[in-house]
Design a protein around this ligand. Structure first.
Ligand code: NAD
Length: 353
């Protein structure tokens, strides 16, 4: 069994579904079900005995100790985090609590659990921490992409909190011998992404006839990684990554935000033409830039390619086509998320979190 944290969120849910499609090894899924956690994401696993969902906080030491002792996982994959930069600007507290303090508690619980394992189990155990390329700061157009050796220069409360968690993970390896792996990836996109993030937001607003807001002049550049490629990379790192190492994961797709939005609009024009005619591009509006908005992120993913043989399978063209089609085919999922219906259901099922 593996323990996945944050497995009701965007990437975590994709990872759990992919994992169980490829292997029979059960998953214990621990998620607090914050606004970003959505059990609807896991509906395809209903009735699947290999998936055990527990609502809880990675900062709850008592719960962690019980779950680890009871289920004896051979690995932890830590996705649980507050993940949205804009929210971290308006309210950094939750980012400090979860991404730093609760990650520390999780690491300590794993450290205590390791002491209960025999030598062979301890040698096989892995703690994989999922992090972001934003810890490396911002690049100029002429700079080389981020390598694992780049210094950490986080600029937002979100990236600073993730940087802190990466440092804790590193320290728990060097000081206490926890067998860790860290991955730093670029912007993910794909099915099941909460519509506060750029691509699902644009799809949702476009279809609803609302403005498509773009920060500044839209020239900020990001690398885009299809979530299925990210999940495959994490499986590779978990299976064969060297303990204590960091692996950058990117999609080899550097694009400006404006290019991304244009691509989405053009696909929607093709697959769901506007009733009144014209292009969804007409709904684009430029809004005041986010404070401290990093100019450019780009990933050098040579290490994971050379050491572990991982390459992204999707180009941006193929991944975004799949993504747009998925949102068009899952209007019920989008409606549930945007109406908050899934929250009401969660609260009926588990009580207010
Ligand atoms: P998300 O916000 O969609 O999901 C986060 C999940 O964690 C939610 O289900 C939430 O309920 C859960 N959670 C939050 N606090 C928790 C806590 N204290 N205890 C237990 N569960 C908790 O995030 P995501 O986009 O799926 O990102 C997953 C991970 O990948 C995060 O660590 C994020 O920093 C990292 N990451 C994301 C991206 C991206 O583009 N989305 C890029 C790089 C790195």
């Amino acid at each position: 069994m593996i323990l996945v944290t944050g497995g009701a969120g965007f990437i975590g849910a994709n990872f759990v579904i992919d994992w169980l499609a490829q292997s029979d090894e059960p998953v214990l899924n621990l998620d607090k079900l914050t606004y970003a956690g959505n059990l609807d994401n896991l509906r395809v696993l209903e009735g699947d005995a290999r998936h055990l969902f527990v609502r809880g906080d990675i900062g709850d030491a008592t719960l962690l100790s019980r779950l680890l002792t009871e289920h004896r996982p051979r690995a932890v994959v830590n996705f649980a985090a507050e993940s949205h930069v804009d929210r971290s600007i308006h309210g950094p507290g939750a980012f400090i609590e979860t991404n730093i303090v609760a990650t520390w508690r999780l690491l300590d619980a794993v450290r205590a659990y390791l002491a209960t394992l025999d030598a062979a189990e301890r040698a096989a155990f892995r703690f994989l921490h999922v992090s972001t390329d934003e810890v490396y700061g911002s690049l100029e157009a002429s700079d080389a992409p981020f390598a694992e050796t780049n210094p950490y220069q986080p600029n937002s409360p979100y990236s600073a909190s993730k940087a802190a968690s990466d440092h804790l993970v590193r320290a728990w390896h060097h000081t206490f011998g926890v067998p860790v792996l860290t991955t730093n990836c670029s912007n993910n996109y794909g099915p099941l992404q909460f519509p506060e993030k750029l691509i699902p937001l644009v799809i949702h607003n476009a279809l609803a006839g609302k403005p498509l807001p773009i920060y500044g002049d839209g020239s900020n550049v990001r690398d885009w990684l299809y979530v299925g490629d990210h999940c495959a990379a994490i499986r590779r790192v978990l299976a064969a990554g060297r303990v204590g190492e960091t692996y950058n994961i990117g999609g080899r797709n550097e694009m400006s935000n404006l290019q991304v939005v244009h691509t989405v609009c053009d696909l929607l024009d093709r697959h769901a033409p506007r009733a009144q005619g014209g292009s969804y591009r007409e709904q684009i509006v430029f809004v005041t830039d986010r404070p401290g908005h990093d100019r450019r992120y780009a990933i050098n993913a040579d290490k994971i390619a050379a050491e572990l043989g991982w390459q992204p399978a999707e180009t941006f063209g193929s991944g975004i086509e799949k993504t747009v089609r998925w949102y068009l085919d899952h209007a019920d999922w989008v409606a549930n998320v945007t109406s908050g219906a899934y929250r009401e259901w969660t609260e009926r099922q588990y009580g207010a979190g």
